[in-house]
Design a protein around this ligand. Structure first.
Ligand code: SF4
Length: 295
């Protein structure tokens, strides 16, 4: 059976192997929705419709659909008070500013939300969904939409090295096999903000590039790293990376990691704090139209 590595599984495993264990081997997620994740995926859905030339109402309805499915059942009824930076009202305002600011795009859109599955070895494949493929400045480029609370050069420096972007460029080159390598990715950045500021403060589109050598090295890296993940699975031993515990406003599995009553492999978390939801990369690829994912 082929195991699929996507950016979620890769990012979680690199952050902390114990976190990967909780999230992907045991399938626990916090009972309350994680607003940054939901907000980000709702914005992706909205922008996908926008670049399919749908009217603003359809784009915002795509946002609402994800928001109402993921957030409203958890009865977070005072969202503006809960998170004034992430809610449907503020996104509607930011989106209208985005539409005005990028009223005439300088590029031609080739594809929107393109799923891919790239075999890496006999039993390992790289999967993902590329936000957009465009033609710009005489070349084919990949676009990734990113929301951030820090729209600055320090954050831009995290684009290289960056496994997610390397994965997209590797997949695009190996699957499309263009005459000239696709070396450039445009990162379509949108500031997460509780107030709508000027377009210059809200939006930016930096680029990141990879040479064919860098992409070959990335492929070697990822295959080697997954041998480590499989060794953990084989031994049923998942080391903690305590350097990551306080990153991103604190790890959502902290309560499980400080439980002293049980061996962590026997621990059954309280249903009030965690629910069971296995992340299924195949399901995600098929949702975006990749038929071969199940074969
Ligand atoms: S609390 Fe720390 S050790 Fe535990 S899963 Fe999170 S990052 Fe890893």
């Amino acid at each position: 059976m082929i195991e699929i590595i996507d950016s979620t599984r890769l990012k979680d495993s690199l952050r902390c192997l114990r976190l990967y264990y909780w999230r992907h081997e045991r399938g626990f997620v916090p009972a309350q929705p994680r607003l940054p994740l939901v907000y980000g995926s709702a914005i992706h859905a909205c922008l996908a419709k926008h670049y399919e030339n749908q009217p603003a109402g359809v784009c915002l309805a795509a946002f609402e659909e994800i928001w109402s499915t993921e957030v409203l059942p958890h009865q977070m009824t005072t969202l503006e008070a809960e998170d004034p930076k992430r809610n449907p009202l503020i996104w509607a305002e930011i989106f209208m500013l985005y539409k005005r600011h990028y009223h005439v795009e300088p590029f031609t859109v080739r594809t929107v939300e393109t799923p891919f599955l790239l075999p890496l070895t006999n039993d390992l494949a790289l999967g993902g969904v590329i936000d957009m493929v465009i033609e710009y400045l005489g070349q084919t480029m990949i676009v990734d939409h990113k929301t951030t609370s820090y729209l600055n050069y320090k954050w831009f420096s995290s684009f290289n090295p960056n496994h997610q972007f390397s994965a997209y460029l590797l997949a695009a080159n190996e699957l499309i096999k263009p005459i000239n390598p696709i070396t450039t990715m445009m990162v379509n950045c949108i500031l997460v903000s509780k107030a709508v500021l000027t377009p210059e403060k809200m939006f930016d589109r930096p680029y990141t590039t990879r040479t064919p050598n860098q992409l070959a090295a990335f492929k070697e890296n990822i295959i080697a790293w997954w041998q480590v993940v499989r060794a953990c699975r084989q031994a049923n031993a998942w080391p903690q990376n305590t350097e990551s515990c306080s990153a991103y406003n604190g790890c959502e599995y902290h309560d499980l990691c400080i439980d002293v009553m049980y061996d962590y492999r026997q621990l059954i978390p309280s249903r009030a704090a965690y629910r069971h939801q296995i992340w299924n990369p195949i399901e995600n690829l098929e949702k975006h139209g990749l038929k071969e994912a199940t074969k």
